[in-house]
Design a binder for this molecule. Structure first.
Ligand code: F6P
Length: 321
């Protein structure tokens, strides 16, 4: 079947670079004489038939903007067969021949279901700050999130140094630990609590007390979301060392802001690559970039746990501390 009209949606947590990806999908598709429908609010908007035709100008001046002009949501209804059936009716009624799904693992699971069970051609573009998808070296948004968190941590360091305190900073990343390890290394943090490494309070506090005896007066300890919490770690450090400790949860600040050049370029390349796949008649696939080349995996592979080891980076961090 030749593709004439595609739909594009963003779903799950927003990530910087989503707009750049939408722009690329829309303009690349128009270049290839396709009609493009923007679907608002992810799968939820699809069920509710929240559609808008898009043209070249619909995506003007958005490459530099955070968030997503298509809005995004986490749809409970789409998880059930009934919601999926409603979404498929909307797709058929509007003669949409294929979908570009921009998002993370939840978005991909939806795409897997639409393409396998409901036979709707779907291609995914990896866009999440967590960098937890297979088939790509980086997901769109992760570079910006790391830089945003790093900027905040650099500022916290000013207070930590001036007031001679310990700061425990919790960063996002779901269960991947990517942001935590990156900012810990780039920010010269004293320690990082990441998935795959045991949280060893004894060693950590021993190092803090010993350092303090030698005259070291400030620490930044990064906590990856999902391993513990900034407040729990700060309380435990205070209890064991009696040194003034503060906690900071960076939270959703990491999801916003203008995307870095790296994320804009990634989004631009991957949006076009996704349209290319639909034009070739492919479905149930996710695009990515590996070693600077476009790479394609199926949705199931993309959402399997990403095999990462932080051992080498952690060792380096501890040597340099
Ligand atoms: O997946 C992106 C992310 O920001 C995760 O790092 C975090 O665990 C989650 O989304 C938070 O989701 P919400 O914004 O729905 O609270």
């Amino acid at each position: 079947m030749s593709i004439k009209k595609i739909g594009v949606l963003t779903s799950g947590g927003d990530a910087p670079g989503m707009n750049a990806a939408i722009r690329s999908v829309v303009r690349y598709a128009i270049y290839h004489k396709l009609e493009v429908m923007g679907i608002l609010r992810g799968y939820e908007g699809l069920i509710n038939e929240e559609l808008m035709p898009m043209n070249h100008r619909s995506v003007s001046n958005i490459i530099n903007r955070g968030g997503t002009i298509l809005k995004t949501a986490r749809s409970e209804r789409f998880m059930a067969e009934e919601g999926q059936g409603l979404a498929v009716e909307v797709i058929r009624k509007n003669k949409i021949d294929g979908l570009v799904l921009i998002g993370g693992d939840g978005t991909y699971r939806g795409g897997n279901c639409l393409s396998e069970k409901w036979k709707i051609p779907c291609v995914g573009v990896p866009c999440t700050i967590d960098n937890d998808l297979n088939g790509t070296d980086a997901t769109i948004g992760s570079d910006t999130a790391v830089n945003t968190a790093l900027d905040a941590i650099d500022k916290i360091r000013d207070t930590a140094t001036s007031m001679e305190r310990i700061f425990v900073v919790e960063v996002m990343g779901r269960s991947s630990g990517f942001i935590a390890m990156q900012v810990a290394l780039a920010g010269g943090s004293e320690d990082v609590i990441i998935p795959g490494r045991e949280l060893d309070y004894e060693t950590m506090c021993h190092e803090i007390v010993n350092g303090n005896l030698r005259g070291k007066v400030s620490w930044i300890i990064i906590v990856a979301e999902g391993t513990s919490s900034a407040s729990e770690v700060a309380q435990e450090i205070l209890k064991r060392t009696d040194l003034e400790t503060r906690e900071v949860v960076l939270g959703h600040v990491q999801r916003g802001g203008s995307p870095t050049a790296t994320d804009r370029i990634l989004a631009t390349r991957l949006g076009a690559a996704a349209v290319d796949l639909l034009l070739k008649g492919e479905t149930n696939k996710a695009v990515g970039i590996v070693a600077d080349k476009v790479n394609v995996v199926d949705f199931e592979t993309a959402t399997k746990e990403k095999p990462v080891s932080f051992e080498e980076l952690y060792r380096l961090l501890k040597i340099l501390t």
